[in-house]
Design a binder for this molecule. Structure first.
Ligand SMILES: Nc1ncnc2c1ncn2[C@@H]1O[C@H](COP(=O)(O)OP(=O)(O)OP(=O)(O)O)[C@@H](O)[C@H]1O
Length: 352
């Protein structure tokens, strides 16, 4: 997959001082829209004893009014939900002729993507439960405020240093619309089926909070197994693993034999292709809290063996991709694709 990161076309801001106050010390990460720097707040936040913060810089030079509207939406929505303990606090936002700057709490634990790559949650029920429930708390709070995130994925979730608490970040695609007709917003691997434009006939508007639940399910599988439920590809009819899931009610039991029956049952309730029948965040939180274990014990495996090569799916696709990274940092996708494609042509940068 080709990814274009904002850091490829933005200058290096390391060492710069913004508003005579924020001294940028190092780049923390980059996505499709912006670059995030660690900074020292020379006036210090009262709630940040170290005086560190993170500053997201978004290049707006080629932006149309519609694109600028997205940035304003990000700032407004993030401000609205910012006080929740599992949402990265937004402290300030300002801009100049070329860039928008968003000042955030600095999160020293890095992002969830790196935690998953390090297999931090595999076979660690308590750590996984604590972390995932904290993420559910954040998303439930957003939904209670009428906000759906629409770009839930491990790169947009930050972690505490011990990994037991997660913090939601990046509200760049969030919406307050009850029903949305902005299709294919987000990141394909995490996108619910109803968010795709139908090839035949009109596409009905979708309910964004239900789409968030689907993305949470993909994140949960990432955390449980270090891989996505149907490879890094999206849930499309062209993805044979997704089609295997559609045809096989025991897909998760067969493809992920290390997971407990209870965990597989929860995944089935999440990945209901009918969004009106999909579990809500509130119900999901209850189900996770009531779950004894995410992982199948050795005795359960002996008593109740499931075979990877069985059932209608006839595969454990994980075993078909030996040695490959089965998750990747995928950039978000949204309506300003032409803008990004212009950059891609200019730079011809291909990552991954
Ligand atoms: N507050 C923070 N503290 C520490 N690291 C952060 C913080 N915010 C972001 N990062 C790092 O920077 C990366 C990019 O941030 P962000 O997702 O906001 O950028 P983006 O351009 O909107 O990306 P995307 O293409 O995913 O939408 C994150 O994956 C994370 O590693």
């Amino acid at each position: 997959m080709a990814n274009v990161y904002a850091s490829n076309f933005l200058p290096d801001f390391t060492g710069c001082t913004l508003l005579s106050r924020y001294k940028l010390t190092e780049m923390l990460g980059s996505g499709g829209n912006g670059v995030v720097y660690k900074a020292i707040d020379t006036l210090k936040f009262s709630d940040s004893p170290t005086g560190h913060c993170a500053i997201k810089i978004i290049d707006k030079t080629d932006f149309t009014p519609a694109h600028l509207e997205f940035i304003h939406r990000e700032v407004d929505i993030h401000r609205l939900v910012s006080t929740h303990p599992n949402i990265i606090t937004m402290h300030d936002a300002f801009y100049d002729d070329k860039y928008h700057y968003i000042v955030l709490d600095y999160c020293p634990g890095g992002d969830l993507y790196d935690r998953i790559r390090a297999h931090s949650y595999r076979n660690n029920h308590e750590l996984l439960k604590s972390a995932f429930v904290s993420l559910l708390d954040a998303v439930q709070y957003c939904h209670g405020q009428g906000v759906a995130h629409r770009d839930l994925k491990p790169c947009n979730v930050l972690a505490s240093e011990d990994g037991s608490k997660l913090f939601l970040a990046d509200f760049g695609l969030a919406t307050k619309e009850e029903m949305s007709d902005e299709y294919e917003m987000g990141t394909h691997t995490y996108m619910a089926p109803e968010c795709y434009i139908r090839l035949h006939g009109p596409t009905p508007p979708y309910y964004p909070p239900a789409a968030d639940v689907w993305a949470l399910g993909v994140i949960l599988v990432d955390m449980l197994a270090g891989q996505s439920p149907w490879t890094v590809e999206s849930c499309s009819p062209h993805n044979r693993y997704f089609m295997a899931f559609i045809q096989d009610p025991c897909y998760f039991d067969n493809a992920f034999p290390a997971l407990s029956r209870g965990a597989c049952d929860i995944l089935k309730r999440i990945f209901n292709v009918d969004p009106t029948l999909r579990i809500s965040v509130c119900e999901l939180r209850k189900a996770i809290l009531n779950l004894d274990t995410f992982f199948r014990s050795e005795s359960e495996k002996r008593r109740n063996p499931t075979h990877a090569i069985s059932g209608k799916s006839g595969m454990s696709w994980a075993s078909l991709l030996p040695g490959r990274m089965r998750m990747m940092r995928a950039r978000s996708f949204m309506v300003w694709v032409p803008f990004r494609q212009a950059h891609r042509r200019r730079l011809e940068v291909q990552i991954n």
